[in-house]
Unconditional design. Structure first.
Length: 116
């Protein structure tokens, strides 16, 4: 059974850092592009970053460019989102996502709260 499980969220002060993890099971993560989305209260889910399965190329939303870094560890079948210089507007539930054979797969989400 294909599953994505996020972890690493929490409460952090503005300017702080967190590293989110997305652990995959039931499939080999390296074969698929993986994306991070986030959803803040009262807002639509938005794409944050993604990493290609073919050449490892990455994409970042303008709002996080230069502050967030996506990476993957194939040996651990895990994708990471390193978040630095966090801002209150980064507060959201963060989800990892992939699509396999036309089926969308979402993790359960991990809460990130940036507040002093």
């Amino acid at each position: 059974q294909l599953q994505l499980v996020e972890s690493g969220g929490g409460l952090v002060q503005p300017g702080g850092s967190l590293r989110l993890s997305c652990a995959a099971s039931g499939f080999t993560l390296d074969y698929y592009a993986i994306a991070w989305f986030r959803q803040a209260p009262g807002k639509e889910r938005e794409g944050v970053s993604c990493i290609s399965n073919s050449d490892g190329s990455t994409y970042y939303a303008d709002s996080v460019k230069g502050r967030f870094t996506i990476s993957k560890n194939n040996a651990k079948n895990t994708v990471y989102l390193q978040m630095s210089t966090l801002k209150p507007e980064d507060t959201a539930v963060y989800y990892c996502y992939t699509i396999r054979r036309g089926v969308n797969y979402w993790g359960q989400g991990t809460q990130v709260t940036v507040s002093s």
